[in-house]
Design a protein around this ligand. Structure first.
Ligand SMILES: Cc1cc2nc3c(=O)[nH]c(=O)nc-3n(C[C@H](O)[C@H](O)[C@H](O)COP(=O)(O)OP(=O)(O)OC[C@H]3O[C@@H](n4cnc5c(N)ncnc54)[C@H](O)[C@@H]3O)c2cc1C
Ligand code: SF4
Length: 525
């Protein structure tokens, strides 16, 4: 690593990768610091042992980073490629009405972002699912379309960043195979069918000279006066996997620094710099505010659907239905989970039928073994061993809507904490649950709310954390301006989900990508 770069970028998810690519293409020297590992396609966790180590901590550097807070849990990713490695591939533009909320800067409107959405869509090759050769739409897609039809609604296939054709060498010279319907999108794609950032923006950045440093966790940012000439020093810890996770402290200087560590990560780096290290004391008082879970409602679903759903097969999300009301934007999508999680759920839920079938199977087996029965092959009952399970007919959903985006992030014992409650968003979640009940009736099943949402926890889980370093037209209402530049700190930028000031009501990666393309274009200009 050199001592100084034109641009130092923290994080390699949608915000980081896009800025790295565009700035390197424009001839800037670029250094990317990423806390997670670089994942080869054969490295993604599949066995139960590997899945057990799939979670982020400073020893294992896993893919998934699950955080539990008082009233909301957050799941995010870690690795070169950020959230794209584990995401459900959905690429959707935010409805234009969302940008009318006065929290958005005047200059950021859907028509302003459309050309940048186009650029991201082209790079990420987002299209509705075309089933691979000799395959049909996955069962969970068909079930969802049928649930919506039964409820008198129309569900449509959404754009997803999944390749389904024959093996190819992509535009960056990397091999991609077509989707094999393994359903493991959340654990990384073994065949590189997902168009993740490490297959497009990041290799293009590296081909243009950008340097990417995995296992580098940024701790603080400090201005070097005068910042217009000198820039900022970024201090990090480098985990040395070969030395059993030992770490070394280091620093690098960027004439410009772009923080793209995600809604929680970017807010944490800035809060630490302001409140612990006291290096960025002029940051806006709005830092940490306007946290939103994007109205995510996860882990709810229809049980005992009238058809086989197989939520472990096919790309995890494929379709969507609009359940918006006069008061709230609400969108519901089908959802799938990797098989290891479904098996875990099967074993955790007591299913009396399965126990009864297990007993019958073993009775038959013992009778055959002792020669007391000469009935047909004992494996006749094997199919019943798997009967009575809950997951084959479980249709999980992802609901998203306009929550109040009124959470507050702060440091507790030096780590990020979220103070949020659902009170001001209750009407929207009530409407969303009503929609989920209608879909459940539409497929002849029973609606079960999320385990977390029920008494006594009354919590939510979000995969789409937003806010904390929000955009605004003045330095009191937000942390950055409409181009991501931090108020009072020239040449310091934030470009990721943390700058979004409201819930989007749809999956956010396309909007984060469009905003990042716009920020990069502004920086180059
Ligand atoms: C299971 C799952 C499914 C999802 N599905 C979808 C979907 O289908 N469609 C969609 O639009 N969105 C989806 N999302 C959300 C999407 O992944 C995020 O909105 C998106 O990745 C956010 O982009 P970002 O640039 O803000 O941050 P990220 O992509 O999260 O990137 C931030 C990066 O910064 C790194 N980092 C954090 N702190 C530091 C630090 N201190 N130093 C160095 N590096 C750091 C992280 O390791 C990470 O790689 C999903 C998320 C999850 C978890
Ligand atoms: S289902 Fe997901 S993880 Fe499996 S091959 Fe298709 S895109 Fe990849």
């Amino acid at each position: 690593m050199k001592e100084r770069y034109d641009v130092v970028i923290i994080g390699s998810g949608f915000g980081g990768a896009i800025n790295a690519c565009r700035l390197a293409q424009a001839g800037r020297s670029v250094c990317v610091l990423e806390r997670g590992k670089r994942w080869g396609r054969k490295d993604f966790p599949r066995t139960t042992g590997q899945v057990a180590r799939a979670f982020w901590n400073e020893r294992d550097h896993g893919l998934l980073d699950y955080r539990a807070f008082n009233k909301i849990d957050v799941i995010q990713a870690s690795g070169v490629g950020g959230g794209s490695l584990v995401y459900f591939n959905v690429h959707l533009r935010t409805p234009p009405e969302i940008f009318e909320n006065p929290r958005w800067p005047q200059g950021v409107r859907r028509e302003v972002l459309d050309p940048f959405y186009d650029m991201a869509k082209e790079m990420l090759e987002a299209v509705p699912l075309t089933p691979p050769h000799e395959m049909d739409l996955p069962n969970h897609t068909q079930s969802f379309l049928s649930a919506a039809q039964g409820a008198g609604r129309k569900a449509e296939l959404v754009d997803i960043c999944v390749y389904t054709g024959p093996e190819k060498v992509n535009r960056q010279g990397l091999v991609q195979e077509g989707c094999v319907y393994c359903g493991n999108c959340m654990l990384g794609c073994h065949v590189h069918a997902k168009n993740t950032l490490d297959l497009n923006y990041l290799p293009l950045a590296e081909q243009n000279g950008a340097e990417v440093y995995p296992l580098h966790l940024v701790e603080k940012i400090e201005p070097l006066e005068p910042v217009e000439q000198q820039g900022y020093r970024v201090t990090f810890r480098h985990f040395d996997a070969e030395r059993g996770g030992a770490f070394e402290a280091g620093a690098v200087i960027g004439h410009k620094v772009i923080i793209s560590a995600g809604a929680l990560g970017s807010t944490e780096v800035l809060l630490r710099s302001r409140d612990v290290h006291r290096t960025l004391t002029r940051l806006s008082p709005a830092l940490g505010q306007r946290f939103s879970g994007n109205g995510d409602f996860l882990l709810a679903g229809t049980f005992e659907s009238n058809r086989e759903v197989d939520p472990g097969s096919g790309p995890s999300i494929t379709a969507m239905v609009d359940y918006s009301t006069s008061r709230n934007k609400i969108f519901i999508q089908d959802l799938g989970f990797p098989d290891p999680f479904l098996w875990y759920l099967e074993s955790a839920l007591p299913v009396p039928n399965r126990l009864k079938n297990l007993k019958l199977f073993f009775e038959k087996y013992i009778m055959r073994t002792l020669g007391l029965s000469h009935a047909s092959a004992f494996t006749d009952g094997a199919d019943k061993l798997f009967q009575g399970g809950v997951t084959p007919r479980w249709l999980p959903y992802l609901g998203m809507g306009t929550d109040a985006a009124d959470g507050q992030m702060q440091l507790s014992d030096g780590n990020i904490d979220i103070n949020w409650n659902s009170r001001r968003s209750k009407e929207m979640f009530d409407e969303m649950e009503q929609a989920l009940k209608e879909l459940s009736a539409g497929i002849g099943g029973k609606y079960k709310t999320s385990l977390l949402w029920g008494w006594p926890l009354k919590k939510l889980l979000t995969a789409h954390p937003l806010g904390g370093c929000t955009m605004s037209d003045d330095s009191q209402q937000g942390v950055v301006n409409e181009y991501g530049e931090v108020w009072n700190y020239p040449n310091l930028y934030v470009s990721d989900g943390s700058i979004i000031p409201t819930a989007l009501s749809v999956n956010p990666s396309a909007t984060i990508s469009a905003l990042s393309e716009r920020i990069a274009a502004h920086l180059i200009k």
